[in-house]
Design a protein around this ligand. Structure first.
Ligand code: NAP
Ligand code: GLV
Length: 313
């Protein structure tokens, strides 16, 4: 099989992926850029991509599968030249899922126990003990109950937090209050001490966190955005923080990445900035995920983790 591997990544990262994928799929022909020769381009059946340059997937008439190495395919789907009929699979990587649970647990634990404030106090030489609430006294709302959100909700519930989760369709999760629809969202936002965003970025969820949504949140609640920067209207978030409607934001993702040095989030005393590191694809486990889909493709078996293009995720 002829395979195109393409992404916006440093050369060393590309080489690491190539090595691991070649080990997982030995004996294939690999391209690191689309072949310029039409007959060679016609042989490419699989594209493995990590947010490639727009247009890279044009002119491959026999492409049978686009396998994303990223979980979120919002950027890929913005490419108007993305072949519409070719199945698109997104990455569901067990190691990434685990990393996301760890990041969410860290953020919620630090918020619930007041450890972000304690860290600020250290720089002021202040010895002040925060209130010690029990986990069950801290309600977390997880928006999106998919591969990541579902696991995060479950992981928090296991630690004793009071957890609610909101999804597009009704869901059922052990020890998690599940909500859906606008009424469910209002109920969830009103009750949560911390809100974790793990929605995909779609036409329905762009600018989701705006002034109205912040106003619907419990006063003094915190936002943890682990999904995409374009979910949040930045000016509205700053206004909500400055008015005290929100007490803190933990932000892993931004409308522009890397976050420009002029962005006020960098210096805001109640914003924690992470450099989009909540959960990265782990090439070691992801190569096996890609291999499983390639074997399914060859065998004519159903492909895993296909994106519903109409839904946008
Ligand atoms: P997923 O499995 O596709 O789950 C998406 C969840 O969101 C589902 O529960 C879905 O509801 C819900 N949803 C979608 N649209 C909705 C809407 N309009 N209203 C309410 N709920 C809606 O996605 P995932 O693998 O969990 O990943 C989620 C996102 O995390 C990715 O798209 C990506 O942007 C982000 N991410 C970030 C990082 C990072 O390092 N920061 C790493 C990986 C991924 P249904 O269950 O009803 O379909
Ligand atoms: C990371 O943000 C991903 O979507 O994989």
């Amino acid at each position: 099989m002829s395979i195109l591997l393409s992404g916006c990544w440093p050369a060393a990262e590309q080489q690491q992926w190539l090595r691991l994928l070649q080990e997982a799929l030995p004996g294939e022909q690999w391209w690191l850029a689309p072949p310029s020769d039409a007959s060679e381009a016609a042989q490419v059946e699989l594209a493995i991509v990590a947010n490639p340059e727009a247009g890279v997937l044009q002119g491959l008439p026999n492409l049978r599968l686009i396998q994303s190495l990223w979980a979120g395919v919002d950027r890929l789907m913005q490419d108007p030249t993305l072949p519409p009929e070719v199945p698109l699979a997104r990455m569901v990587d067990p190691a990434m899922n685990e990393a996301m649970v760890h990041t969410a647990l860290w953020a919620v634990l630090a918020l619930h126990r007041g450890f972000f404030e304690v860290q600020t106090q250290q720089h002021q030489g202040l010895w002040r003990q925060p209130q010690q609430l029990r986990a069950g006294e801290w309600r977390v709302l997880v928006l999106g109950l998919g591969e990541l959100g579902g696991r995060v909700a479950q992981g928090l519930a296991t630690q004793g937090y009071a957890v609610s989760g909101w999804s597009r369709r009704p869901a059922d999760l052990i020890d998690v209050q599940t909500l859906h629809g606008e009424a469910g969202l209002v109920q969830g936002l009103d009750a949560a001490d911390s809100v974790i965003n793990l929605l995909p970025l779609t036409e329905q969820t762009r600018d989701f966190f705006n002034a109205a949504r912040f106003a619907a949140m419990k006063r003094g609640a915190s936002l943890v955005n682990l999904a995409r920067g374009a979910h949040v209207v930045e000016e509205d978030l700053l206004a909500a923080l400055d008015s005290g409607q929100l007490s803190r934001a933990v932000l892993d993702v931004f409308r522009q990445e890397p976050l420009p040095s002029s962005n006020p989030f960098w210096r805001h005393p109640r914003v924690t900035v992470l450099p989009h590191c909540a959960a990265q694809t782990d090439a070691r486990s992801a190569a096996a995920v890609v291999r499983a889909n390639v074997l399914a493709l060859r065998a004519g078996q159903p492909l895993a983790h296909l994106v519903q293009r109409q839904q946008g995720y």
